[in-house]
Write a protein that binds this ligand. Structure first.
Ligand code: DON
Length: 316
């Protein structure tokens, strides 16, 4: 038994060493990207922060770097909203109003809506605006359901909205606003006013840290079981749906290359987070706000690729 303990401790040490090496190497990628500034408040982010958090299949958390620093979840919230909308309305109802496609267009593209009269890609802004608008409830209810689910999955009741980021996007998000009205024009959802668009802005402004993302990753890696074993939302079909969507669309127009290089479902956000799902194994969260032109964190993608190679995490 003593020997077993030593082996386990050695594995833990190996993961900690690996995280340290990858964390150090990732620093050279910071200068290769830029902090998002199209939402003015996001431009205040510190480009030099790098955090890595990983939770193994027993729920053990490993961290390196700036894993307590908060950032807005942005597009990573889209998977939580999709989960809630599908639970409430059923998969066919939601996917009659959007496609299952990965597309080669940037995350804020109008192209597909104009040619198809509906979004094709559920992870792009257009698809996500439809998703959130289909969650049941008036006023802030859809946003509150998303917040509640994120708090549950992370077991972190202190998670809340960054009001300044929300107001900044609400004030300047005219591209998304235009999209909202075009989608409404196609009859994809009922909306009396802009509250469901505001709920989309609110869900994007929920603040998390890298550890929280690793916990969300764990949830989808383990059939919607929480990292502490809580099975309140246990649903293997749901995690299959969400993971397949993330694999094909989670990194936008970089998803194909990412799938080849990293090989597990992931979702990025312009706040600098990436959430990774290694089915049956790890949940991974990375944070660094230096983004490439797809809107993915450059150090974050490097970290995911390195972890995948060193720990042999590709699902293929
Ligand atoms: O709607 C937007 O543009 C942002 N609130 C979210 C976009 C985003 O995170 C794209 N991800 N990499």
């Amino acid at each position: 038994r003593k020997e077993n303990t030593i082996v386990i401790n050695k594995n833990e040490q190996n993961i900690n060493d690996l995280l340290s090496t990858i964390w150090e190497d990732s620093q050279t990628y910071i200068s290769k990207g830029q902090v998002a500034d199209y939402i003015p408040e996001l431009s205040k982010a510190n480009k030099n922060l790098v955090g890595i958090a990983i939770i193994d299949n027993k729920g053990k958390l490993y961290t390196k770097g700036d894993t307590q620093n908060k950032f807005t979840i942005q597009s990573i919230s889209k998977v939580i909203a999709l989960m809630i909308a599908v639970k409430e309305r059923g998969e066919s109802y939601i996917f009659e109003r959007m496609g299952y496609y990965g597309t080669n267009a940037p995350f804020n593209s109008f192209e597909e809506i104009q040619t198809q009269n509906k979004p094709l890609n559920p992870m792009m802004n257009a698809g996500a605006i439809v998703t959130t608008s289909l969650i049941l409830g008036k006023k802030e209810e859809a946003y509150l359901k998303i917040l509640k689910m994120i708090r549950f999955i992370t077991k972190n009741e202190s998670i809340t909205i960054n009001q300044a980021v929300y107001l900044s996007e609400k004030k300047t998000g005219n591209r998304n606003r235009g999209m909202f009205y075009l989608l409404k024009n196609y009859g994809l959802f009922e909306a009396e006013d802009e509250e469901s668009l505001n709920n989309y802005f609110r869900q994007c402004s929920i603040e998390v840290n890298a550890e929280d993302l690793a916990k969300i990753g764990y949830f989808f890696a383990h059939d919607c079981t929480r990292f502490d074993g809580d099975k309140t939302y246990y649903n293997p079909e749901m995690s299959k749906l969400i993971n397949s969507i993330m694999l094909t669309c989670g990194m936008y127009d970089y998803s194909g290359e990412y799938s080849r290089k990293v090989g597990f479902p992931s979702k990025s956000g312009v706040g600098g987070g990436i959430m990774g799902v290694v089915p049956g194994k790890y949940g991974i969260g990375t944070f660094n706000p230096s983004l490439d032109n797809h809107g993915n964190s450059v150090p974050g993608v490097y970290i995911m690729e390195s972890l995948s190679k060193k720990l042999d995490l590709s699902i293929f």
